[in-house]
Structures are given as structure tokens and as C-alpha cells.
Design a protein around this ligand. Sequence first.
Ligand SMILES: *Cc1c(COP(=O)(O)O)cnc(C)c1O
Length: 437
Amino acid sequence: MNHLEFEQESRSVRDALSAEKLYECMGISPELRAMGEEILRDLRERFAGIDERAEVNQLKVLHAMQKNRISAEHFNGSTGYGYNDAGRDDLEKVYADVFHTEDALVRSQITCGTHALSLALSANLRPGDEMISISGKPYDTLEEVIGIRPSRGSLAEYGVSYRQVELTEAGEFDYDAIRHALSPKTRLVAIQRSKGYLTRPSLSVDQIGEAIAFVKHLRPDILVMTDNCYGEFVDVAEPSDFGSDMTVGSLIKNPGGGLAPMGGYIAGTKECVENCAVRLTSPGLGREVGASLAVSRSFYQGLFLAPTVTAGALKGAVFAASLFERLGFRCIPDAVSPRSDIIQAVEFGTPEGLIAFCEGIQSAAPVDAYVTPEPWAMPGYDSEVIMAAGAFIQGASIELSADGPLHAPYAAYFQGGLTWEHAKFGILKAAQKIMDL
Ligand SMILES: *Cc1c(COP(=O)(O)O)cnc(C)c1O
């Protein structure tokens, strides 16, 4: 083969490997791909801003790891009681440095986000105390933790009372109502950063910081707990930078970087975190016990990747809002609003639209792409729910996933994507399913 012949061969090999060909072969029409590329040209500046924040967060994480002299022996793990587990203990110092808190509890024994929040509350409230949510109705699973819906083992059963202050119409803190709600019994104020499955806007770190300052100014003795689920590393600052006594989240969302196979964290004051440690294990034992088995390395490596993984998921959310608005659907948040978490809601108005969207997300997954998601009656929900997830870690919603209840306005809530490229493909796949209806 002479040089010219080789050049021709190389051209045809590369031609078959072009993004254009591969998208088409994986079911995306040239028209839709062109629309996607056009939208992305307009998003360049927006994406550059996301990358800048990821860069700052990467440095924050790196600095915390270097400062705590993380080395290979931190990945060894422990068994049995888990005494003297340097990997586990120093990871907690790394988290405390990333969140700029006195202390942190980061454990595989914290089974999920709900457990972390339940632990933070039950460890720091005593019979007769009152907690107030100042961001309206909390995440669904907390209703049974608090006892808003009567439940075995709830805080209500232990004599902890609960009140709730709604956000204003505009989705902002209602300062007058908060002032009136505080009582001598009030021991803890809870704030939820992400909208969860509601259509209110998510709260920014600055909004949360201002609310914390307001509460602390009136009543320095009140503890503030922030549900930070889905919010980590979206901004360069966290609620803990503005005096949140406990900042709480799940490791199968943003801070686990897709590698943590389970777990939760609570970053906060020494006093609050110590209370959580003795509640998690046992009075007298506290944080000294809890074998890390073989998960330490994934916790460190996941945290190391978390800033860029979160940035990829965020780009996916912004791209989805831009694309689906172009296709005529209402998106919450809309394409241009600033973000405080990685969740994107899209309203389809019909069950067919919602189902097609979820089918598209499922068919784009690296795992279980061949299965078809179907609406299902779920305990605790008043209508059927459809879910799409083809994840490496069961239920990990930092991986590309979507779900939605089958009632008006037929909104899909979607989030995640371990890489921006995968999020992009999933969104195009979902849009293609909708266009093919
Ligand atoms: C996911 C989530 C939770 C609960 O976390 P799980 O890991 O699902 O138990 C709590 N609050 C918010 C805002 C969440 O997004």
C-alpha cells in the first residue's frame, strides 16, 4: 500500500467513526443532532461558567486531600469493629475541610440520604423540642421521619413537635412568617436546598445563607440543618460556608462522584457531628467503630471526581431545558435561570410524552438499556410512577435517571449523567422518542 492509498483508507476508517455516523447508527436523526449542536453553540458561555466552578471545586477537594496527607494506606479498609481506621477517619477530615466545617461524619453505615437526614435530626433533638422547616414541605421520605404522616419510630413518637413555614409565591423565604413561627421550644430549623419533586425553584446558597443569618440573629441558640442533596459542587460555596450547623447529603448523589457504592455525610459543628456519631453507633462508642471494609478508596476517588461529574450533570440539565423548550415543553427551571442543583423537570402534558421520555433515557443507559420502563403503582404514591435508570450503582441518581408520576402535568424529573457526553446522548435519545410519537 502506498502513501496515497493509506490516506484514503484512513479517511474511510475515520469517516465510519465520525460522531455524525455514530449518532445516526444509535438512533438520533441528523435533524435532531443538528438542532442539538445549534443549541450547544449558544450554550458555550454558560458551559464555560460551569467549568470555572468545577475548577474551583476541584482545587478545594485536592487541597483537602493534600492537607490531610492522603496516602495508599488510607485505602486498606478495616473489618470487625473497625478500630483505628485511618482511611475512614481522615476521609471525615477531608470532608470537613471541603465543607469548611469543624467536623464531619462520612459513613457507609449511613444507608442513604433519608437516613443521614433522619440521623442528623434524631441525634440533635430531644423530647419537648420543636423543629421548623422554613422551606415549606420537606422531601417526601422525611414526612415519616418527622411524623407529618404518622409512622413507627418517627420524631413525633419521641415527643419532638414540628411546624412548617411555606415559601412565598415567588419561592423565597417568608421572613415575617419565620419570625412569628419561632418559639421558645424551637431547637432546630431545617432548610431544603433542592426542590425535590416539587415545582418550586431550588434555593441558592446565597438565599440559604441569608436565611441562616436571619435565624441566628434572632436566636443564636437555634441549630440550622440544611438538606444539601443534589446541591453539592453546583456552586463554589456550600450552605456550611454560611453557618449551617449541619449540611447533609447522600453519597450516591453528587459527592460520591458515581463511585461511592452507598453512604451519606453530615458536615457540621463538632457538637452536632459528635451527637450524630453516638446516635449512629452507640453512646460511648461513637465514631470509633464502624468497619469501612473495602469502600474507602471509592469514597476518596468519588469525591475527587465529584466536581467534574457534577459539572457534567449540570450541563446535561441546562442542555435538556434548552432543547425541550425549543420543542415546546415547559421546563423547570427554564433554560436561562441560574442553577442550585442538578434536577431538571420537563412537563409533557400527556402520559404518552412522559412515558416516551423515560423510554428514551432508559434506552441510552450503559446497563439495562434493552428493558422498557413501565408505569407502576408504588407504595406511598397516589398514582402510578414511571422510572428510568440503567445504573452501575442501584438507585444512584448521580447516574442518568428519570422518573415521574402519571398525573397532570405529566412532568419528568431527570438528573445525572456520569459524563456530559452520556447526558447529552440520553437527552437526545429522549427527544427523539418524543419526536417519533
Ligand atoms: C434524594 C433526596 C433525599 C433522600 O435521599 P435518599 O438517598 O433517596 O434517601 C432527601 N432530600 C432531597 C432533597 C433529595 O433529593
